[in-house]
Design a protein around this ligand. Structure first.
Ligand SMILES: [Zn+2]
Length: 201
């Protein structure tokens, strides 16, 4: 026992430096526009708009839908559709590894969230891209969820709203990814035809 340990009262034990709590990262955010240092919770309470200069910070898909839709009567569409790796694609890393990382970063299973609900009690179906999930890229799952959202909007005769934040097609799914352009477009044409038939003007 060293002389210092002998001096310390028995109940006081030195803390292990590895156990010291550090200040959690990301608690403070610097506004890129006015450079004000903002407390993250305050920023989130203000829907990620800087209280000093009204700069709009990037917002995640789920937070976006949460701010947009009425709290009552929400339901998610297509969340059971999850990505697969049909091409066994590998660039600098394997596609499943990238998917796993994106899941850990965002908590989402793919880059589009679709929800039915209401805005000021008016029924809608809303979709929102999660850019932090592989750049909001569109693969088979994004296409399928989008189309399911459009079909639900047609069935329920409600508007379909999409918040777009995407880098484009997901190269890891190759042609299957490009095919989603035709698939989503066809569903939107169907929606537009129905909307014309039901429109008042
Ligand atoms: Zn600001």
């Amino acid at each position: 026992m060293s002389w210092l340990e002998k001096l310390l009262p028995p109940k006081i034990t030195p803390t292990d430096p590895t156990e010291r709590r550090s200040v959690p990262e990301g608690l403070w955010i610097k506004c890129p526009s006015c450079e004000a240092v903002l407390y993250k919770t305050d920023l989130e309470k203000n829907q990620n708009v800087c209280p000093q200069c009204s700069h709009h910070h990037r917002i995640g898909a789920r937070a976006r839908l949460d701010a947009f839709l009425d709290p009552e009567g929400r339901y998610e569409l297509g969340q059971e559709v999850i990505p697969v790796d049909p091409l066994k694609f590998k660039d600098s890393r394997k596609y499943p590894e990238r998917l796993k990382d994106a899941l850990e970063t965002t908590g989402e299973t793919d880059a589009l969230i679709v929800m039915g609900g209401a805005v000021h009690s008016i029924g809608v179906v809303a979709a929102c891209f999660e850019f932090d999930f592989m750049g909001g890229s569109m693969g088979s799952v994004v296409g399928e969820r989008f189309v399911r959202g459009v079909h639900t909007a047609i069935e329920q005769k409600v508007p379909f709203i999409c918040f777009t934040a995407t880098g484009g097609a997901r190269m890891q799914e190759g042609l299957l990814s490009l095919m989603q352009m035709a698939k989503t477009n066809a569903s939107l044409t169907r929606l537009a035809k129905k909307a014309c038939l039901t429109s008042v003007c």
